[in-house]
Design a protein. Structure first.
Length: 326
């Protein structure tokens, strides 16, 4: 009886746990209002019940009901689980909050801050594996990735970085050997360079992939497969993966003026077994005439290399700030 009275008295003071948190499709979700409160942001509806914006002085986050992405200052970041709704409020999965929002908005919460000196560049494909091709335009992926990687190498060396390449020439390298190479030289960052191709020639733009956090589906999948239910070496760097990927993707989108296909998640072999942060860049669609022509030119490849370098330098700047040396 005493307990009952006590609970009755405390009732109005207790946080409204049901509204702030909910279990949706077996996953813990938190309301965007709660997240706004934790991040010191203001929340407002763009469209009541469907689209919500969290805003602070420098940052705007936009969420849309049922979508598996958010917009951070206008740039698309993919989530593991869709934005949901509970009691008229939009909700985000706790795992997405922890593995995407917190690393991007409050990275000071993560330690230790990695150093950045030895960077491994991984030109995709090579040798017997040409990768994507556009025969009409006379381009293939393995040649472009190697060319762009060499350009990035030269540029980064002028900033004092130690650059290692998984291949320097047109040779075939097995997928597992690529992260193994990075691990062997104790890399601080791994950047794999690729180009896309699809049947629909209209599709264009750039996208970047980082390792999918444990217990979340990858961008291309909507359900939790067996491979999602465990942690991989690449998950040790979850916060730094997303931070590095964010800076590289946004630098490409800003500088190249192409379609932003977003920062995505995948358990690619080259990312899964890395001991250091890693990003896989898809620098354009060879199946798209305009992008293939742009990448055929020295200026086009130079601009892409410059953009990736800028992204890496912005990531470095962020690490310096976090280490208190900014
Ligand atoms: Zn590729």
């Amino acid at each position: 009886m005493l307990l009952f009275v006590l609970l009755l008295a405390l009732g109005p003071l207790l946080p409204q746990a049901t509204a702030a948190q909910a279990t949706i499709n077996g996953s813990t979700y938190v309301s965007l209002d709660t997240i706004a409160g934790q991040l010191g942001m203001d929340s407002a509806w763009i469209k009541r019940g469907e689209e919500c914006q969290l805003k602070s002085r420098w940052t705007t986050l936009r969420f849309t009901l049922h979508k598996r992405w958010l917009m951070l200052n206008g740039e698309r970041i993919y989530l593991g689980l869709p934005v949901a709704s509970n009691r008229g409020q939009l909700m985000l999965s706790q795992r997405d909050f922890d593995t995407t929002i917190r690393p991007l908005l409050t990275p000071t919460q993560f330690e230790p801050v990695p150093k950045l000196y030895r960077i491994v560049l991984d030109p995709g494909h090579g040798g017997k594996d040409p990768g994507a091709q556009n025969r009409t335009r006379g381009v293939n992926e393995k040649t472009l990735t190697l060319d762009v990687a060499h350009r990035i190498k030269r540029k980064l060396e002028t900033y004092g970085y130690k650059i290692v390449m998984t291949r320097e020439t047109d040779t075939f390298i097995d997928l597992p050997d690529r992260p193994a190479h990075a691990n062997r030289v104790d890399a601080d960052l791994f950047v794999s360079i690729h180009f896309n191709a699809v049947d629909d020639a209209r599709v264009s733009g750039v996208e970047s992939y980082v390792m999918t956090p444990a217990y979340l589906p990858s961008t291309s999948s909507s359900s939790l497969t067996a491979s999602a239910r465990k942690s991989y070496p690449g998950n040790k760097n979850d916060p730094w993966n997303v931070l590095a990927g964010y800076f590289i993707q946004t630098a490409m989108v800003r500088n190249l003026g192409v379609t932003d296909r977003g920062l995505k998640r995948a358990r690619f072999a080259v990312l899964r077994d890395l001991n250091c942060p890693g990003v896989l860049v898809e620098g354009g669609f060879l199946s798209n005439g305009a992008e293939a022509e742009r990448l055929k030119t020295t200026a086009g490849r130079e601009k892409l290399a410059d953009s990736i370098v800028e992204g890496i330098l912005l990531y470095q700047k962020k690490l310096n700030i976090l280490r208190g040396k900014g």
